[in-house]
Design a protein around this ligand. Sequence first.
Ligand SMILES: Cc1cc2nc3c(=O)[nH]c(=O)nc-3n(C[C@H](O)[C@H](O)[C@H](O)COP(=O)(O)OP(=O)(O)OC[C@H]3O[C@@H](n4cnc5c(N)ncnc54)[C@H](O)[C@@H]3O)c2cc1C
Length: 498
Amino acid sequence: MESERPYDALIIGAGIGGLSAGICLLLLGQRVAVVEKNVLPGGLMRGYRRAGMDCPVGVHYFGAFGEGEPLRRICDYLGLSDGLAAERMGRDSPIDRYHFDEFTFDLPAGIDAFAAALRQAFPAEGQAIGRITADLLSAAEMQNSFAFLSPQPPLFDAKLYAPLSAYLSGMDCSPGLRSVLGVAARWMGMQERDCPAFYHHFALSSYLLSAWRLAGAGADLAEAFVARVEALGGEMICGDAVAQISAAEGAVTGVRLASGRVLSAARIVAAIHPKQVIAMLPAGLVKPRHARLVAELAETESLFALNAAVDAAAHPALPHNVFRLRTDREGTITDGVFSQMRRAEKGKNLLVLITKSPYREWQRWERSATGSRGPDYAEEKARRAGRLLREAEGLFGSLADATLLDAYTPLTLRDWVGTPEGSPYGIMRSMRQLPALAALSRLAPAGLTFAGQSALSPGVLGTLLGSLHAVRQVIGPHRFAAEVFGPLAGSRKKRELR
Ligand SMILES: Cc1cc2nc3c(=O)[nH]c(=O)nc-3n(C[C@H](O)[C@H](O)[C@H](O)COP(=O)(O)OP(=O)(O)OC[C@H]3O[C@@H](n4cnc5c(N)ncnc54)[C@H](O)[C@@H]3O)c2cc1C
């Protein structure tokens, strides 16, 4: 098929990463198309409806969306803030409640409030808590100044390059304090021994700045991103996967879609999983050694999740998230369930339960596709869901009235967004893998840039930061500094981080 008029940039994938990178390039005057394999754009941010209830997938809560905070400033810059209707958490209740076997910890809003809650729970550990608080404040400050995107990227204190477990051991933290601080690593699908301390601190400090839930549905959020792309003159091509990236003389020239349609551009932003991208490149463009390096990168821990309708009178909506966590004797988290009891309609509330579930547990069905996996898969899902609901009764009381709306596995996530092994937060950004991840952009042929959650960091804020990082590579550092970083940094309000 013949190639159409060239675009300035083609974006592969219409998740948070692809859509936000597209919006930013459109704001900079580029001619952009976003290509999405699914008929419905949005990727993980898009929720779905079952029995009239909205079921979230990849946006349960997010941080730093308060006036003058990093996520809000990015959304303001991209013109997305009005589409991101959100409710603030932590005003009259904690943000999170962590239930351990021995104690319960309430995560409050605010870094100082967090430090005070830690001091109250672990009174003998004032010194370690003081040092951790100082590190959290400097992580918040770095985020607030968009230090990652600045012309002079920041240098961390050397101890923050250690895995979280070593960082906490270095401060002689008790098992209890370790277990409380381990939770934020789990949000990013990492164990404490894998998660770099600076990632942990960025994630935790952004939620402590302010934590939010969507006021509307995930589908509304996805549509708000798409509407912005279209309002800026971008083209959305949905229901047609990119099958191949074409290249000539070491540089990308465009893509071929599954339908056979050919699109040309000298710039491609791949906002999908990097392992998929390597497989799309012409043979010989990436050295086999490099391709193997990417193929062998470990993924973040995968998940099993369910959404259930419960009687609202028996199970009132909770303004905070609830975690049931188990640890070993050292305070390392071995198991956990994240839950939300959300307001719904018609006398019902929505119970969300998410727990880790390695891909290998579902591997026997890996050759089948969503919707056609057969009765044994459905039985296994029902069995797991039943077990998860029974365990949740320890927190919520009898759930005999619960109606299971849906449960999803690593295979569901794999099929929906195309991540290998249903990786929920992309490639694991562990200490061990950081050098290989840093080398990713150097492996790519000229004109190809990675965005999406594997590029810089996962989550709503992490993925948006990754998009801005990708835009810098597309337009060059000087133009980026003047037209993106300048306005973003300038939008900073004098604001108390504590
Ligand atoms: C269960 C779960 C809960 C989560 N909860 C939270 C949370 O509460 N807060 C938070 O901040 N983060 C959360 N996250 C993480 C967050 O959802 C992700 O980091 C973010 O949505 C990733 O966006 P993305 O654009 O990188 O990827 P995706 O959303 O995966 O988008 C990639 C898109 O590319 C498309 N695609 C794939 N292959 C092709 C192809 N060949 N051609 C064209 N298109 C293609 C996919 O269909 C998809 O639409 C959660 C994730 C999961 C899985």
